[in-house]
Ligand binder design. Sequence first.
Ligand code: ADP
Length: 954
Amino acid sequence: MGARSALATLAAVAVACAIGHVVPMLDTAVTDFLYLLRGSRPLQAPVVLLRASSPAPGQARPWGCSLGELARIVRRVNQASPKAIVLAITPLTMVPSGEPGLGELVAAAREAGRVIAPACLLPAGEALHSSKAAKLFAGPEGDLLRPAALRKAVLATPPDALVSAVAGLGTTNLYPDLDGVVRSFPLLVSVDGRLFPSLPLEAVRVALGLPRGEAHLERDAVVLGSLRIPVAPASAEMAIDFPGTELTETRLEREELEHLALSELRQRLHGRVVIIIAGGPTPGAFYPTPGGPGATGGEIVAACIENVLSGRWLRQASLVCVWLLAGVLGMLTMFAAYRLSPPMAIAADLSLLVAVLILVVAGLSRGVVFPGFTLVAAVAFGSVTNLAGTASAAQRARLAAQVEFQSRLQALQRLEELIGTSFHRDELLRGIMRWVTAELNCASASLLILDEREQALRFQVALGPKGPEVRDFVVPVGHGIAGIVAQTGQPLIVNDARSDPRHAKDISQAVGLLPRNIICVPMVLRGQITGVIEAMDKAEGAPFDDQDEALLTTIAQQAALLLENARLYADLQRRVDFANAELRRAYQELEAQKAKLDTLIDQLPSPVLATDADNNILLVNNAFEAALGIRASDALGRSVFAAVPAPEIAALFADPLDNPEGRVVEELQLSRPRPRVYRASLAAVQGPGGQAMGKSLVMIDITELRELDQMKTDLISFVSHELRTPLSIISGFTHLAARRLADGRPDQALDMVQRIDRHLRYTEQLVEDFLNIARLEAGRPLEYRTEPIADVAAMVSEIIEAVPRRTDAHEIVTDIPADLPPVAADRSKLGEVFTNLIDNAVKYSPRGGQIKISALLEGPFVRFSVTDHGIGIPEEAREHLFQRFRRVRGEGRAHLPGTGMGLYLCKQLVEGQGGRIWFEPNPEGGSIFHFTVPVASDGDTSGSGTPAEASHEA
Ligand code: ADP
């Protein structure tokens, strides 16, 4: 057990003890208070108080007067024949046996025979012990509670003479309660295990004429003859019903006693118990009593005797009854609090309190003492419990409200989360409405949107058993609860919808669901009503309340906001979509343009390179890749100085381009990867604000231009050389011929002339070549004078003769069959072809060797072949062999003059006459040139035209 719970247990025990201690005290306090309420009452007739005080203070004794006087009072009283004469003067127990007047008193007592003298219990060891007197008491043995201090007590009695003269002897001991108030009187007291009667009990016994020792004690009553006097169990104390202030009114003063006539005295004292009290200057102790001003011991004894004789004894209500009653009262108050409203419960509690008071007072007046506080406490406890219950109920309600508030807050938060998660309007609205039905615990809920133009509400969401049916209805503004809310903008709660005229029942009847209660709130956005939210049929018929309204209003605000957001979002989405589409289109266009441009740039035959302002490469095209032998993927993003393996280009990019045109044009000669000449144009690229964005380099390949230039130069020198050579030979032969003629050797002169003629024809042929080339260059067709030529062999021999030999190492042979059919050709042009091919064979066989001219009939064609054993033609040069001005470059050729025109012209001439020309490497080394000429037909007698009609199938 922890220290705390131990402490709590201790505290509980202490509180219980305090209550156990305090409650009886409070009970007596309440009873005392009721005495006060009741007021005083006259002492009943059977008892008369007689004060024996002496008028002469000088004679006063502790017992009020001298014993002689007391004896006279006894005698005088006895004359009136009272039932008993009680000497309620405790100090008589202190009278010494030699006291003057004692004999008189003893005699008076004996005469009267009904005098009762006082005895008194004193703590053991005190004086005034009379063991003989103890014998006078005949009573049961026993032990009683209270007073504990006297448990070991001795009995003090008057002098034995008096004791033996009196009819009874009773103790005058009375016990004030803890608060000093005397409320009860012990009818029996115990001394050394024996019970002694009290003065009032002896007085009553004597008055009733019963023998000594008649009284005996039962559990809760002292039984005396037919009397059964209720007493507190274990203490034999009877509760005294004090008469209050009225005690004094039944007094008889000593003077009156002496002056009253005997008859009058008899009238007042006959048949009564006369209690003689001291009443001197020291009339004994004065005790507080309940409901009164207090009393002396004698007065208390009087009240006690009066109570017993008139049967006014007070009974304590049975504890069982009291607790039962308290229980019932408690339950009643609790019941009142449980079932009634707080003010009514308080009224009921007050009524119960009044009833308790009436009961207690009535009980008191009937001799029953109810422990008033216990009952009041029961009511009060009930009330307090109620109050606590009410408070705890209120607390519970508050807690419940708090919990609900919290849960609603959380729910609202969930709602906000829900709103945050999605922009899908319908889904969100459905979510909100499902939330509404769950939060309000209602069967149906709808969200209607206001159609401004048509002044009608349309269902956007309808949840509940009839939701799907309801959805198609349209609610005009002003019609029904939703219509009214849409019109007024005020929330509406209708808890008796079935009888409320505002509820338009058309829709309800149509779908067959009459709602019991309805709550409807407007959705308002910036002061504009945009719709309503409606909920119906709260669970178990509970009415909608202000809280529901507040909640629904909040939700309606959220919903209105959400609808607006959704609208704005949709609008935004539309715009974004449109903008996106535009952008996409523009982008695609741009992409297409770029692709076109890229393709264009890539396809450009000229190398192109572009850089940014820092000379980093942004673009290179295919031509550039090919020209520089680099790859775009390696070059892009790198500095032009690092990526381009051409110092000439790097030097160009090093130029700041600060001239006014922002460009430089330079001729670049690149040796790698192929020797090429370019006209490079580097230009600054400027942004819209004129700022430098980069540079672009375009290189135009002018290698061929340069070559053509070279060719032109070569041609001029060739032509002049080719013409000068035969011309100087002709000139030499002419001089020689002239000399031979002059020498008279005409035969030799003739030989010279024939040589001159051959050279002239070769020169003519040469000139013809140039003319044909010039014609072709001018775009004019060549003219052919086609004829059947039968003597091809002779023609070839002539040509061989005319071809200038640079060395004699050449052996030129022909292999032309004699039965070769005539071919259809222009004689001169066919001769040109032969001349060119044989001339080349000679020229490109610098070390001599055999040159063979052969012919072969191939179908409708004759194929002529010129075979040499010269330097041949390398593989790569063959493709362009027959193109204009194409000369094969390479080893062993540089010194060989030429124009690159011969083969080109041959191809034109052969194809112009319907034939074909091609090259074939000689397997023995050297070259073979083949060409075909159509075999002459009958119609080929003579004619002229441009292209030959014969088609070549081979
Ligand atoms: P060219 O005036 O240079 O001879 P051609 O058109 O007659 O012009 O010939 C073109 C090129 O073909 C020549 O430059 C030569 O290198 C090559 N070629 C022509 N015929 C022969 C051949 N029989 N053997 C080797 N090379 C030849």
